[in-house]
Write a protein that binds this ligand. Structure first.
Ligand code: G6P
Ligand code: ZN
Length: 541
């Protein structure tokens, strides 16, 4: 019997990046099965397909892998390519889908959310282009979850996930592959590994914090084995089911150990961290933090120095809340610059259509058209390759950049786990008052315009409404507000603050001080503290 009756579970709606829930929710009998079968059904069936499967090593990943393999076999899938030990970073999965011409893939991860029996788990479907399923597909999956009455699953013993090679599960071939090698090979094709080996040979020091998550084995192979960086360059390099209790989100709050190393005495030349599934990155230099928006701009301005982009970029894209620092670079280089809603999936069409080769988000995501996901280690290698060519440190590169393009002071303030009703009411009120804000004067700033971002995909015309509130002030400052689509508990309000300073004076202020008037104006306009009772944000990036 491969067909099992089931009943819909409520709330299986994929968010910004797949379905994410508390692990015990996912572990309920039939829960994962319903979602996976709904995905297969929404795709019109998967008989004869080739799929890629793997995840970030978090708790329940192996069990979920076994379950999905048995379901794939019962649904007629021809072959599943699985990362050894059920491991695959998100960018490595994207690469495998593309390189192997697979029809799609399932990635088992809740990205930067903590892992463990009481923490988070997630499942995401990626398409044949290697990118996250677009909204039309995730909506079809959700619709199917609400009417599903049976799923198919083979009754068979577990597959050995440790042994590289092929075996059969029913009629289906299970191919276990080394999760790292194809990805590391791709990096060798994009970057000047000879120059990078030279950099480390001359004593350049890197501290890479893999946060007990999936990039550990990738970073060890690339930096220590292939590029000759000393052993110990990568720390927290062993992926653990609960990430060693760490919150694997590479930002100054959660990667504070690395922050302390880079800001303290005897700091290395360069620091970087990555998230649970390896698609995010944080870039640090000795004594300096590079905001993700600035990182994107620097990479855009210097990409031509890297072999993989020597002929220049096709165009660039950023999510709406990301600062306009990259826009300045695009303007100067004569490149098209697209503004999309939050979520990497919106970049896929632009890349597939050959309109952009570089994309980035304020949420510590940067990547290019080498895959269809953001790519943490790729971003680190971009920086290292640029440093190797220019012979400058991170702080010098930033100072140089701001001098040339001006500085977009930027910060994001997060208010996590707010009661849903309070968060919704606050933004609902703001929506009602939006039109009247124009021309208002607050904290010495005049509101130039205020709207709710609505995106029309220039490639397929798909419209995505309700993508965040933007309030622009005269002089180029702005605040953006939206609710996170990746949380699993309550509502997280994100407040994105930006102020442009053309220079040459005023380029070295502390961002929080530089943004103080905008922070105060936002409080006057939205009343976050007043309405939530919070005294301030609990994460600042
Ligand atoms: C995930 C997506 C990103 C997105 C980020 C922010 O990491 O892959 O593309 O920018 O979530 O999501 P949130 O909705 O929590 O702000
Ligand atoms: Zn991630």
């Amino acid at each position: 019997m491969t067909s099992h009756p089931t009943r819909p579970f409520e709330g299986q709606k994929p968010g910004t990046s797949g379905l994410r829930k508390k692990t015990p929710v996912f572990m309920q009998p039939g829960y994962l099965e319903n979602f996976v079968q709904s995905t297969f059904d929404a795709l019109g069936g998967v008989a004869g397909n080739v799929l890629v499967l793997g995840g970030d090593g978090r708790y329940f990943g192996r069990e979920a892998t076994q379950c999905i393999l048995k379901m794939a076999a019962a649904n007629g899938v021809a072959r599943v390519i699985v990362g050894q030990g059920a491991w695959l970073s998100t960018p490595a999965a994207s690469n495998l889908i593309r390189k192997r011409g697979a029809d799609g893939g399932l990635i088992l991860s809740a990205s930067h959310n903590p892992g463990g029996p009481e923490a988070d788990f997630g499942v995401k479907y990626n398409m044949a282009n290697g990118g996250p399923a677009p909204e039309a597909v995730t909506e079809a999956i959700f619709a199917r979850t609400m009417e599903i009455d049976s799923y198919r699953k083979l009754d068979a013993p577990d597959v050995n996930l440790e042994m590289v090679g092929e075996s059969r599960l029913g009629e289906m071939i299970v191919e276990i592959v080394d999760p790292v090698s194809a990805y590391a090979d791709m990096m060798e094709e994009i970057f000047d590994f000879k120059a990078l080996r030279g950099l480390f040979h001359e004593g350049f020091t890197l501290a890479m914090d893999s946060m007990c998550a999936i990039t550990g084995p990738y970073a060890v192979e690339i930096f220590e084995n292939r590029l000759g960086a000393p052993k110990g360059t990568v720390v927290h390099e062993q992926p653990l089911p609960d990430f060693g209790g760490m919150h694997p989100d590479p930002n100054p709050t959660w990667a504070h150990e690395l922050m302390e190393t880079l800001m303290g005495p005897g700091a290395p030349d360069f620091g970087a961290a990555s998230d649970g599934d390896g698609d995010r990155n944080m870039i640090l230099g000795r004594g300096i933090y590079v905001s993700p928006s600035d990182s994107l701009a620097v990479i855009a301005a210097n990409a031509h120095l890297v072999p993989g982009y020597a002929s220049g970029l096709k165009g660039v894209a950023r999510s709406m809340p990301t600062s306009a620092a990259v826009d300045k670079v695009a303007q100067k280089l004569g490149l098209d610059c697209y503004e999309t809603p939050t979520g990497w999936k919106f970049f896929g069409n632009l890349m597939d259509a050959g309109r952009v080769s570089l994309c980035g988000e304020e949420s510590f995501g940067t990547g290019s058209d080498h895959v269809r996901e953001k790519d943490g280690l790729w971003a680190v290698l971009m920086w290292l390759n640029i440093i190797a060519v220019r012979g400058l440190g991170v702080a010098e590169i930033m100072a140089d950049h701001w001098e040339e393009y001006g500085r977009n002071y930027y910060s994001r303030h997060d208010y996590e786990v707010l009661p849903n009703d309070i968060a919704n009411a606050m933004l609902g009120d703001l929506r009602d008052r939006l039109e009247g804000l124009k021309g208002q004067k607050v904290q010495g700033l005049v509101v130039e315009s205020a709207d709710e971002f609505c995106y029309t995909d220039p490639v397929d015309g798909a419209v995505s409404a309700g993508q965040g509130f933007r309030i622009l002030f005269e002089g180029g400052s702005r605040v953006v507000l939206r609710l996170s689509g990746t949380g699993t508990e309550g509502a997280t309000l994100r407040v994105y603050l930006e102020r442009y300073e053309a220079g040459p004076e005023g380029l070295t202020e502390d961002p929080q001080a530089a943004l103080a008037p905008i922070i105060a104006a936002t409080e006057d306009l939205v009343g976050i503290r007043a309405r939530t009772g919070r005294t301030g944000p609990n994460v600042i990036t």
